[in-house]
Design a protein around this ligand. Structure first.
Ligand code: OOG
Ligand code: MG
Length: 259
């Protein structure tokens, strides 16, 4: 069965625009190969760019045991960060989203391009200007926030919004594997982790992303922000919810659900 990439990209974009969850693609086709899932993701990005968005960066997802267990998917995924998804300030308007969740993110701000194959964690540190703390607001376009690996890839890995902290550090100012994060919802600690929760090393995650893109003739670009993936599980972001990620060396980042 041939997968109609344009059709499924339109389907997911319409769900996001309407703020209504839709049935997972894998419930409607016999098989959704990973290559087709990334092709749908690419078609989705193409549509966002065609209507005036631009690319602010790229992301990894499902790079920690906490996230893989929460979502029942045991492989990392790669997606795009549209400029329109980058939050200005702490407030997250919820009427634009379906069933948002929030999660802490280590964010790499690149000073140089990174083109795979062969990119190493050391190359990532060399190419990085700053590492900053962040919070990603994810929002699956699928019913019940439930999906298989190819579904979540097609849906641009649930990317929705991201808050990027203003503090940060040089990439070698502290060891990223022992860098700590405390994630709090309304003042209660819901998760704690160190950078090593991300496949052993957050910089190695970014290297994997650069190498993945290299296989598609693409690269990470200077100036982009790259999310390495959440180190704790994600929590619902409801009206009035205040989520704070406190990091060693990076300061803290807060988002608040509004609406
Ligand atoms: C998929 C997106 C995962 C992360 O940081 O692990 C992700 C999802 O959980 O909906 O962004
Ligand atoms: Mg994430």
């Amino acid at each position: 069965m041939t997968i109609d990439h344009a059709h499924w990209a339109d389907y997911l974009l319409a769900a996001a625009d309407a703020g209504d969850a839709v049935q997972a693609i894998t419930k409607q086709v016999d098989e959704l190969p990973i290559a087709d899932a990334y092709a749908i993701q690419a078609a989705l990005l193409e549509r966002m760019l065609a209507r005036g968005d631009s690319l602010a960066g790229a992301k990894l997802g499902l790079t920690s045991a906490a996230k893989q267990e929460q979502m029942g998917v045991d492989e990392p995924v790669y997606g795009w960060v549209p400029a329109s998804s980058v939050l200005q300030g702490e407030n997250v308007p919820l009427d634009e989203l379906i069933h948002p969740r929030c999660e802490p993110e280590l964010v790499f701000i690149l000073a140089q391009d990174l083109a795979g194959p062969g990119v190493t964690a050391d190359d990532v540190l060399d190419a990085t200007d700053r590492v900053v703390g962040g919070i990603e607001v994810i929002d699956s376009r699928y019913e019940a926030f439930s999906f298989t690996l190819p579904d979540v890839i097609a849906d641009n890995t649930s990317a929705a919004r991201v808050a990027v902290g203003s503090n940060g550090m040089g990439p070698r100012d502290a060891d990223l594997t022992t860098l700590g994060c405390v994630f709090e919802i309304d003042g209660e600690v819901t998760g704690t982790a160190t950078g090593a929760a991300l496949l052993g090393d957050p910089a190695a995650c970014v290297a994997m992303l650069a190498n993945h893109l290299g296989r598609h003739g693409q690269k990470l670009e200077a100036g982009w922000l790259i999310m390495a993936g959440a180190a704790t599980d994600a929590r619902p972001l409801s009206p009035g919810t205040v989520a704070t990620a406190r990091y060693s060396h990076l300061g803290s980042v807060t988002v608040r659900g509004v609406g």
